[in-house]
Design a protein around this ligand. Structure first.
Ligand code: ZN
Length: 307
């Protein structure tokens, strides 16, 4: 019975999400949901919490991150107000339900949905309430695509967060789309769920070496999240993780009982970042677990197949 109530409440909230777009197109909210951050490049969000990107080219539109059906429907409506070009590609950055849902909306709009094979394998094993399997799978560390003369580089940097995590670079425009592994102006979310911290640090170093200036981040706590950020925010994300670990080891060296460190440790440099008062202690527990148990989650690198 409790389960049924839970399912009913989930369905109700999904219905609410699904009805939002019906009023969306004519409301003042429409303008606040979309921002053109460079010529023909737009960021989109319904509530500021989850941010997608789309690019309009001469041959059609490319969408980065579908999120969920409510978000995707509102985004398709927003795109149709800007261009009558068809939506050709909808990229999904990684496997997690809160990012990779809503694919059916883009399929219905005529787009090809695309994700890394590792993300698709997980989605196949763990279907969500609002997920469908992406149509097109890609493997390995790099894939280059193009639409209407606009190039897109798909970079898989290995383990960092979730499965198949893809960083998207639009080299001609100097723009990146980065999900979950960089969130400007916010400390790490709670206990860093499904993040391998060491691999995350390595990946951030590799992202800093990629060729872009501006970036749209799927989560962004700067005053105007739709405006995106830049490479400096990648560097700051990396600095925070390093500072957190260094502060933990400084406490250990002072002889502090490890079990008391999460409550005691402070990082005043970051006290204005979102989540500082609620999540810093959880961030430290995660560092503690990681340093005592070893990095997790972890898996062997997939065997290279001869093709
Ligand atoms: Zn995620």
């Amino acid at each position: 019975m409790r389960n049924q109530n839970f399912i009913v409440s989930i369905l109700l909230s999904m219905c609410l999400l699904l009805t939002t777009p019906l009023t969306y197109a004519d409301s003042d909210e429409a303008d606040k949901s979309v921002l053109e951050i460079a010529a023909n490049v737009y960021s989109f969000s319904l509530d500021g919490g989850y941010i997608s990107m789309f690019v309009v080219t001469d041959e059609g539109v490319m969408v980065f991150e579908t999120m969920n059906s409510g978000h995707a429907k509102a985004m398709v409506a927003a795109i149709k107000k800007i261009t009558d070009k068809p939506i050709k590609y909808a990229f999904q950055s990684h496997n997690h339900w809160d990012h990779a849902s809503g694919g059916q909306v883009l399929l219905d709009a005529g787009a090809d949905t695309i994700a890394h094979a590792e993300a698709i394998a997980w989605m196949e094993a763990n279907p969500g309430r609002d997920t469908v399997l992406p149509q097109t799978s890609w493997e390995g560390n790099r894939k280059d695509m193009e639409l209407g003369g606009v190039k897109v580089e798909l970079h898989y940097l290995g383990m960092n967060h979730g499965l198949g995590m893809t960083v998207f670079i639009l080299p001609q425009l100097n723009i990146a789309y980065i999900a979950d592994i960089v969130t400007p102006n916010r400390i790490i979310f709670s206990v860093a769920p499904d993040f391998n911290l060491r691999e995350w640090e390595r990946s951030l170093g590799e992202i800093l070496a990629l060729d872009f200036e501006k970036a749209v981040f799927s989560h962004n706590e700067l005053p105007n999240p739709l405006a995106g950020g830049n490479k400096e925010h990648v560097a700051l994300q990396l600095k925070y993780i390093k500072d957190l670990r260094a502060a933990f080891f400084a406490e250990l060296q002072q002889g502090t009982n490890p079990m008391l460190i999460p409550k005691q440790l402070k990082l005043p440099e970051y006290e204005n970042w979102v989540g500082y008062s609620d999540w810093l202690e959880m961030n430290v527990w995660r560092i503690l677990a990681d340093e005592f148990m070893g990095p997790f989650p972890w898996r062997p690198e997939p065997q290279q197949t001869n093709q």
